[in-house]
Design a protein around this ligand. Structure first.
Ligand code: GDP
Length: 471
């Protein structure tokens, strides 16, 4: 986008993010960026707007009189390891059998839907904030509600805190499930007090966060948890367009004998049907079959429904978007071009957001907040640093420490920074080797310091536009 904006400005056009360009301008800019424009005449939605299309990325179809209907919530489980996320997911899955819903063998397709009191909830099957944020880093926001699982006998742990920060950075509401209330030493009150200190106060303490006490192992409190999820969903009023071509996201994909490449898709809007021509990252296909989470072949899948798709030309990555398009030739062409692009040796692009280019981005109106992930050697250093950083005066830039913790820079920090378009700052810490690789791959800047005032000065200079670009 930077580059595109640059070319546009040379043509004396100062675009906003959603501005439509006329055909001539679009052609000129794409030519400069090495793309060719093809003009498409849409047939599906009445008279065609003369919308020029850049071949690389088809813009979303214009929404004609959005007839939005309520859709089910999509829920992810986050929390410290061993606090019972997987057991809870299984316990909820089993409520199906009790409800006489089974009728098929539950298939692992990356997510599943249960029905409760006439409503539905979809649960993402891979728990943990790593998976949650990895999806976000791919641009896929599929989760509506986070259930934070905390073991009553263990209390809030480092990954509990990390999970809270990841959910907050995503702006997704949190419901707390205090699990293992059956365990010896269970102390739900202590969990509530600990979380209150993190800004998650239960209603009984005058806060607004929903807390549920459950035992995943004994199947206790599950109904109540489901009801609270539905209550939260009602407040959120989640809506989507049910008619029209489907748009979804890949949850996972795999090769299956006899089926070829399969991808589990969470439909986000529209309705997906067998026979639809789809574009999914660098692959395409005509949907051969749709298989639901009970292993049954279905004839359609609407918003918030997870479904396995067969008929794709290859294995897309999780988080990739799936679009239904009517023009098979065009879909195939885009897929082939994307694939060719992937196979070209990648030129190093460097991080998109850096301390050095922050001010330019602000001046161009592209950014108002500097999102920081802060890692340091001790909790004491963290507190000192946050205290100093918060004191930096700035009218133009807001500073937001989206996550801070003691410990080395990890891959999960990189993904969080990527998903929030922020940078990672380390003080007296090292970078995990997997984090270093992730930073390079994702284009995230890591800045390491060992002197407090140098760190604070650099951030201050960046916020004031005084940093020299890095060579
Ligand atoms: P995850 O790492 O968060 O997915 O945790 P798991 O679901 O794998 O659970 C970790 C351990 O806690 C397992 O040994 C479970 O049997 C146990 N566990 C999970 N839920 C409960 C519960 O409600 N009560 C008790 N006592 N143990 C539980």
């Amino acid at each position: 986008p930077f580059q595109m904006v640059h070319h546009l400005m040379e043509l004396n056009i100062f675009p906003t993010l959603t501005q439509l360009l006329d055909e001539d301008v679009a052609k000129k800019v794409s030519a400069r960026m090495g793309f060719e424009i093809q003009t498409e005449r849409k047939e599906r939605h009445g008279p065609p707007p003369p919308a020029p299309k850049v071949v690389e990325e088809p813009p979303p179809a214009p929404e004609v009189t959005p007839d939005l209907q309520l859709r089910s919530p999509v829920v992810a489980f986050l929390g410290h390891v061993d606090h019972g996320k997987t057991t809870l997911l299984d316990a909820i899955r089993h409520t199906r059998v009790a409800a006489g819903e089974a009728g098929g063998i539950t298939q692992h397709i990356g997510a599943y839907t249960i029905h409760h009191g006439g409503k539905s909830i979809t649960f993402i099957d891979t728990p943990g904030h790593e998976a949650f944020t990895a999806m976000r880093a791919r641009g896929a926001s599929i989760t509506d509600i986070v259930v934070l699982v905390v073991a009553a006998d263990d209390g809030a742990m480092p990954q509990t805190i990390e999970a809270i920060d990841h959910a907050r950075a995503a702006n997704v509401p949190i419901i707390v499930a205090i699990n293992k209330i059956d365990a010896p030493g269970a102390n739900p009150l202590r969990v509530k007090t600990q979380l209150q200190e993190r800004g998650l106060a239960p209603e009984e303490f005058g806060g607004e966060t929903i807390f549920c006490e459950v035992s995943a192992l004994k199947g206790k409190g599950i109904d109540h948890l489901l009801e609270m999820i539905l209550l939260q969903a009602e407040v959120l009023e989640l809506r989507a367009l049910f008619d029209g071509p489907a748009v979804g996201r890949v949850i996972e994909a795999q090769m299956e004998t006899g089926r070829g490449p399969t991808a589990s898709i969470l439909v986000q809007k529209g309705t997906l049907r067998p026979g639809d021509v789809v574009l999914c990252g660098p692959y395409w296909g005509r949907v051969r079959a749709l298989i639901n989470d009970l292993g049954k072949t279905v004839r359609e899948a609407g918003p918030s429904t997870p479904v396995k798709v067969t008929g794709l030309s290859g294995l897309p990555s999780p988080g990739e978007e799936l679009l239904v398009e009517s023009d098979e030739r065009r879909v195939r062409q885009i897929a082939e071009e994307r694939l060719a692009l992937l196979k070209r040796p990648r030129q190093e692009v460097g991080p998109k957001v850096t301390l050095e280019n922050l001010f330019a981005a602000i001046a161009e109106g592209q950014r108002k907040t500097l999102h920081l992930v802060l890692k340091a050697d001790t909790q004491g250093s963290i507190e000192a640093l946050v205290g100093q950083l918060e004191k930096i005066p700035s009218k133009k830039v807001e500073l937001s420490v989206i996550h801070s913790a003691a410990g080395p820079v990890t891959e999960s920090d990189i993904l969080l920074a990527k998903a929030s378009e922020g940078i990672v700052i380390g003080f007296n810490v090292k970078t995990d080797s997997s984090a270093a690789a992730a930073a390079k791959r994702e284009g995230v800047q890591i800045k390491l310091f060992s002197v407090i005032y140098e760190l604070v000065d650099q951030v201050r200079d960046a916020m004031a536009g005084l940093l020299e670009p890095e060579l």
